[in-house]
Design a protein around this ligand. Structure first.
Ligand SMILES: [Zn+2]
Length: 344
């Protein structure tokens, strides 16, 4: 028996997987959006399960306040302020070198969604915002790709398997995103690690069923779990079907993928921060920016990002021109600060 089959032997022994299932898992390309609490758990489990290729996308950097629930990261990642995709890529490479991990420091957007996810066999949601989820939903429905919705806040979470044409899509379940500021977030309600681990585990279990082709074993409804106190309900259950009048999977209007409903600033969950996107995407020369800002505040930079801190603000600028403005939850104010210190 080769070392490789020894690695997965207990998983192959499980009748739901078997040798054929393991080889299907090995030949799959899985996309993962977000490497926070859900994404950390998902990436760890998928890589250990021996998926062929994992393409993971994240726009954020590691912060000390992430460590209680984001198992891929260490204190030194937070001290160095590494982008999550970089820290996760390094960590995941240590788990199973046979798995091809493509970790990208990027913000999933209408312009790059097809490039980043279009060739995946399955997409997993580790995001913290509805806008990005509707974008994933548009892409997945348009291309007929399965994806697995997941969300978590406080001690509760939700997940659903979205199989275009077969089960309800995200827009069938929630026709419109909740208005900004109306839902609980990790900022307002906090979050406990086990809730995120549980939802991530449920997502990966369903992912394995999809990858081995056991669709009959899949959950069809929207599962909602409250852990503290405990309560679980599944909406729709086995009879869940797409809505005929659904804007996305019924009428095939892909407003998020086409950019019509896309905003240029977004409040980040768990951060008291706003992300600002550059008007014209391109590479920023971080050394030149550091020189320009010299004397106006503290500046630190590594190969991936620059952190500028003054009395007024702390801004983290990535090489692609995106910035995270800390200590601010207002989009217009964040954009003003971006223009003032980063430009354009
Ligand atoms: Zn739908």
């Amino acid at each position: 028996m080769s070392q490789d089959s020894g690695r997965y032997s207990r998983q192959i022994l499980f009748p739901g997987i078997g040798a054929a299932g393991q080889s299907a898992i090995r030949s799959a390309t899985v996309g993962l959006v977000g490497l926070g609490a859900l994404g950390s758990g998902i990436a760890d489990l998928l890589v250990r399960a021996g998926v062929g290729r994992l393409r993971a996308v994240d726009r954020d950097y590691v912060d000390l306040s992430n460590l209680h629930r984001q198992g891929l990261y260490t204190e030194s990642d937070a001290r160095e302020r590494l982008p999550k995709a970089v820290a996760a890529g390094r960590r995941l490479a240590l788990l199973d070198p046979e798995v091809e991990v493509e970790a990208r420091v990027a913000d999933l957007r209408p312009e790059n969604a097809e490039d980043l996810l279009g060739d995946c066999d399955l997409i997993l949601d580790g995001t913290d915002g509805f806008e990005t989820r509707y974008l994933i939903n548009d892409l997945a429905v348009k291309r007929g790709l399965p994806w697995i919705y997941g969300a978590c806040v406080a001690a509760q979470g939700m997940t659903a398997n979205i199989l275009p044409g077969d089960t309800p899509c995200l827009a069938c379940l929630f026709p419109d995103p909740p208005p900004p500021g109306t839902g609980d977030t990790c900022d307002t309600a906090g979050i406990i690690g086990p809730a995120a681990s549980l939802i991530a585990s449920l997502q990966v279990t369903e992912a394995l069923k999809i990858l081995v082709g056991d669709r009959k074993a899949l959950r069809r409804g929207l599962l909602s779990i409250e852990l503290w106190p405990y309560r679980a309900v599944e909406l729709g259950g086995r009879s869940a079907r797409p809505r005929a009048d659904c804007r996305v999977c019924g009428e095939r209007h892909f407003d998020f993928l086409e950019g019509d409903r896309w905003s240029r600033t977004v409040t980040l969950c768990g951060r008291d921060s706003v992300q600002v996107l550059p008007r014209d995407p391109g590479q920023v020369d971080l050394g030149a920016l550091a020189a320009r800002l010299a004397g106006q505040g503290d500046i630190r930079h590594n190969d991936f990002l620059l952190v500028f801190a003054s009395q007024e603000v702390e801004i983290t600028v990535f090489r692609d021109g995106r910035a995270i403005v800390k200590g601010c939850t207002d989009g217009a104010e964040a954009r003003r600060l971006y223009q003032r210190y980063v430009g354009a």
